[in-house]
Design a protein around this ligand. Structure first.
Ligand SMILES: [Zn+2]
Length: 359
């Protein structure tokens, strides 16, 4: 007889997710999102929280036993960009952070975090300048058909800042410098249970983990094993969880997005277990155990293979981590583009995480 799982505060899950999505955190500049997660988890005094030297958040959650510690990881860093060049006309050229096509962010708003403008003596507390990512020759009335025909690449894309500047000197005066971080607007909207936003990869996974922690605390239940929660800040560039998972951990479950699209088994209404991605197959026994748990608890789930995908779990394996490794997560449509999922998928993922923690 399977024990019922704790009930999930759905309003909390969606509110926290929206808040996290609206907290800019391109890879390398994810500290605000890490702090936001830390703040949320501070409500549970039995959790021991620390930030690694690399900047990830690691949470130690005591279990009924500590003989076979487990870990779960989700990443809060997102795609973004860095100022590559300040052009003579004061606009910016960018260098991408993470893998995406320029056309997926064309016309999107963005924020430049200046590193040179010091407020209160704090370098990190720079100004936020707003702008948008556009084709350099963007005007249809000037360039005609060329707007449609130009390749979207590093050369042809630029940032138009919403501030008066017509020269590189003026832009530098504003505090902008090569190497400054740029966050791409998430543009969050929640309609009829659908969550539409950039960066659901993997803030959706983070929100599911935090919602599971909250639900289990409110139900007064503890994980069966001591569990470490690792909130990663360098996943999109391939080495997030290469550090921060202690060597005594026996099993690692990555909570990250499932790739939804043509030919895929995943969708926006189930949680999906990844059998294999670009980095190869995941751990068979742990994956099978997770599938049996999903069946036992009636959790809507799928199994899938992701063609252009690698995870923080693969990063940990590659760094020498010796664990059983599995990956599950919510279905995200149009990933590394303007993404979307549904609350059903978030709830299924959260329930699956709890089923794992409790057995
Ligand atoms: Zn991801």
């Amino acid at each position: 007889m399977t024990q019922p799982l704790p009930s999930i505060d759905q309003a909390f899950l969606l509110n926290f997710l929206e808040d996290l999505l609206n907290t800019p955190s391109p890879t390398g500049y994810a500290q605000a999102a890490i702090a936001r997660i830390d703040q949320e988890l501070a409500a549970f005094p039995d959790l021991e929280r620390r930030t690694t030297r690399k900047g990830a958040l690691v949470v130690d959650w005591p279990g009924q036993q500590a003989r076979q510690p487990r870990a779960l990881t989700a990443h809060t860093d997102t795609l973004g960009a860095m100022v590559k060049e300040i052009k003579e006309n004061g606009r910016l050229k960018l260098s991408q952070i993470g893998g995406y096509a320029w056309n997926t962010v064309e016309g999107e708003g963005c924020t430049v975090f200046t590193s040179r403008e010091r407020e209160g003596g704090l370098l990190a507390a720079g100004r936020r300048l707003r702008g948008s990512i556009l084709l350099e020759k963007a005007s249809g009335h000037i360039y005609g058909r060329r707007v449609a025909e130009t390749a979207r690449d590093d050369e042809n894309m630029e940032v138009r800042l919403d501030i008066s500047t017509v020269s590189d000197d003026e832009t530098r005066q504003l505090g902008v410098e090569v190497g400054d971080f740029v966050a791409i607007d998430p543009r969050v909207e929640i309609n009829e249970g659908f969550v539409r936003s950039r960066h659901l990869d993997d803030k959706a996974g983070v929100a599911c983990l935090v919602a599971a922690v909250k639900a289990m605390h409110e139900a007064g239940v503890q994980p069966v094993q001591r569990t470490l929660l690792h909130f990663s800040n360098y996943e999109e560039v391939g080495h997030g969880a290469a550090a921060g998972i202690p060597p005594e951990v026996c099993e690692l479950v990555v909570v990250d997005m499932a790739a939804v699209g043509e030919g895929q088994n995943s969708d926006e209404f189930h949680a999906t277990l990844c059998a294999k991605d670009t980095s190869g197959p995941y751990h068979y026994d742990l994956s099978q155990r997770l599938l049996r748990l999903a069946e036992a608890h009636g959790i809507p789930h799928r199994v899938d293979i992701y063609p252009y995908y690698s995870s923080d779990g693969s990063a940990f394996w590659r760094s020498g981590g010796d664990v059983a490794l599995a990956l599950l997560g919510p279905g995200i449509d149009a990933s590394h583009n303007y993404e979307r999922t549904h609350v059903e998928s978030l709830l299924a993922t959260t329930r699956w995480v709890m089923a794992y923690l409790l057995e």
